[in-house]
Design a protein around this ligand. Structure first.
Ligand code: SF4
Length: 299
């Protein structure tokens, strides 16, 4: 393998693959309820990045349904993906998280959130939970360019990422950063700047997402007005190859493309065929004999 992908990490660490249980904690987002903004990020759908999550039963019920449907699964990750998974009073979070790890087959608690929704008391709670299962927090940075971020209505400044990272790592919680490739007004140089910034941290992992246009989003309105053009697959592959070759060689790469629910996808068409995108990335690395971190320079 030419990069340190998530499956090999799981094999090394847990002796095999872990199934992901995408849980719905009934969260909202400060970028939707008026605390930080309204309307959410321009690319975010009504389900807050959790369009494939079904069922709105409580967490224990969701776990039970998951394992009933997949009796052979022995190891799993409980994943709070949609909306902002730390955006609730800490007592509520504690109940949700403890319910999420209540089945002994759950070995990892993963939480997707925003840097401005991390506090000391949440970190203390996560540190306590990390004595029972592995815990990581995924922070949606997307870009370090505050102008691009403001245009995308991200609703927080980049410096808040550093503050959240410091707090979480001080409590022993790994940070997985999300970056998006192909945001409006962000060229290849912008992608490089975001990567250079991320390389100043000791991350526990990275998720690289391609920007796609989903139905019923602000980005979709822009696309229909001709104000946004998604990257071509070729350009996306070029940027991902750059990212992979400039990452620390040992960083875990959780994903290298984004996945839209097919019925919600407006553009680009190439997003419908994830395997083709993945194989173009693998081929490009292979053809040029490149590996993760081959051009990495530590700070
Ligand atoms: S912070 Fe996340 S959940 Fe909130 S609007 Fe942006 S993408 Fe959606």
């Amino acid at each position: 393998m030419r990069f340190n992908n998530f499956s090999s990490y799981m094999r090394k660490t847990y002796g095999g693959n872990l199934e992901k249980i995408c849980l719905d904690g009934n969260f909202t987002c400060p970028n939707r309820d008026g605390t930080r903004g309204v309307g959410g990020c321009i690319f975010c759908g009504a389900r807050g990045a959790g369009d494939h999550i079904e069922g709105l039963v409580d967490i224990q019920g969701q776990l039970k349904n998951f394992f009933l449907a997949r009796p052979k699964v022995k190891r799993a990750i409980a994943y709070f993906q949609n909306f902002t998974g730390t955006y609730a009073p800490v007592e509520v979070l504690e109940r949700l998280y403890l319910d999420a790890i209540s089945d002994e087959r759950v070995l990892v608690l993963a939480i997707g959130t925003r840097p401005d929704c991390i506090s000391e008391e949440i970190c203390v709670l996560l540190e306590k939970i990390s004595t029972r299962v592995d815990v990581w927090v995924e922070l949606g940075l997307q870009t370090i360019d505050d102008d691009v971020a403001a245009f995308c209505n991200r609703g927080y400044r980049t410096e808040e990422f550093g503050r959240a990272y410091e707090m979480l790592t001080r409590h022993g919680i790994g940070v997985v950063a999300h970056m998006m490739v192909g945001l409006p007004n962000e060229d290849f140089e912008g992608t490089k700047r975001t990567l250079a910034y991320l390389n100043t941290f000791r991350l526990a992992g990275i998720k690289i997402h391609s920007v796609y246009v989903m139905r019923d989003t602000k980005l979709c309105e822009m696309y229909e007005r001709g104000e946004y053009t998604p990257l071509s697959r070729e350009e996306y592959v070029r940027r991902v190859v750059y990212i992979l070759t400039h990452l620390p060689p040992d960083l875990i790469v959780h994903r290298i493309t984004g996945d839209c629910v097919k019925s919600m996808l407006v553009a680009p068409e190439w997003n419908r065929d994830k395997n083709a995108t993945l194989s173009e990335i693998y081929d490009a690395l292979e053809r040029q004999n490149l590996t993760q971190g081959c051009f990495y320079q530590s700070n």
